[in-house]
Design a protein around this ligand. Sequence first.
Ligand SMILES: [Zn+2]
Length: 465
Amino acid sequence: MRISFHGAAGEVTGSCHLIETTAGRILLDCGMIQGGKERHERNRAPFPFNPADVDLVVLSHAHIDHSGRLPLLLEQGFRGRILTTTPTVGLVEILLADSGHIHEEDARWKIRRLKKKGEDASWVTPLFTRREALAVLEQLVAVEFDTWYALDGIGRVRFNMAGHILGAAIVELEIEDGDRCRHVTFSGDLGVQGARLLARPAPVEAPEVLIMESTYGDRDRPTQEDPTDRLLEIVRHTAKRGGKLVIPSFAVGRTQEILARFNDLAESGRLEGIPVMVDSPMAVEATRIFTRFPQAYSKEARRLFCSGDQPLQFDGLSLVTSVEESKAINFLEGPAVIISASGMCTAGRIKHHLKNNISDPAATILFVGYQARGTLGNVIQSGVDPVRIFGEEYPVRARIERISGFSAHADRGGLLDWFSGLGGVPESTFLVHGEPDSAAALGTELRDRHKAAVMIPKRGELFDL
Ligand SMILES: [Zn+2]
């Protein structure tokens, strides 16, 4: 068996790992590279393997950094099935369509800019179009959680709840390899144990080979701070000054986790009637998908659901989709909460809300998620002033706040607990999906505590096992 790593190796985006045995080739995820100057070239570069030779793709979850290069895989010759969970199919559709739309817009903008300067623009094409993105759906196959699914002639696969976002899975694979059966588990992205909305990551048995994420391998989140209390504190503080609270949030996952918290605040009367708006067609669509799969909820959210109370619906919540309604938010008097995407402020309606509020001393910009280097979110969060939005400079007068407790990723303690729950030590553990320091720190812990054989693969590195 050979495993090679083609993304999310020494970094947190571009998840893409290839397993090859005598029986076939399985690609785990096919994610987009996000952040960093060289991302455009890397996303456009041909895959370092022949996509036509890949038998099937197993997709851990819908996030673009795990699914975003699937249209390119198809374009370069992949014709097999893409196996994933039922909720992921719904989320992939909205995320990939949006991604295709953004690439088309980017290309249009670039062409306009070049033409204005009188330069040749004929070479500019979108990374992929919305239509090319949606072609991926034809090769997607939805599989239930917790059920072994036969991969004809190759082996079998089972998806276990990872709790990271709706549909996210820990993937167990049993793959034929000559006269052996190889047991490989891919953690995908692991969720947190105390998430308000989604279930915790499921325990699985120790495999022969483990490919494990390490995003927060070097960090524990503070346990003393309840994110809901902190959220309320920031809401009240901003409301007192009469400003808007702008929350850049990933449309899928983070927005719904935040909404579940606002649901608690609203229904216990603590929100005091302050309106909450989700202004992102994609986040609204994702929220609707989340309400269809209560079986993925945490115990608490499920209890709420069973008592007839939707954890993502409360008085004062508006789900904004039309452009007119979105523009009207700008003229709203008094305090309000605006949750909008994209989560790293690289595109979408959030940029308009930032432009309209960042220079208002009464407003607050609240970051609730990871901001990759080079993104507008990262620039604002690191205190740059003024900031450039839509090509113009804006002085930063709003308060910049951050709550780290909302992360959809297990922290150091959560990762170590999940590894201990394997009930044994894999023969080989590969740490992926982490910056070098995070992966190294987790690697040291796993070696010290479990005498685990840990490898931290570099991009392009391959291992014969
Ligand atoms: Zn993810």
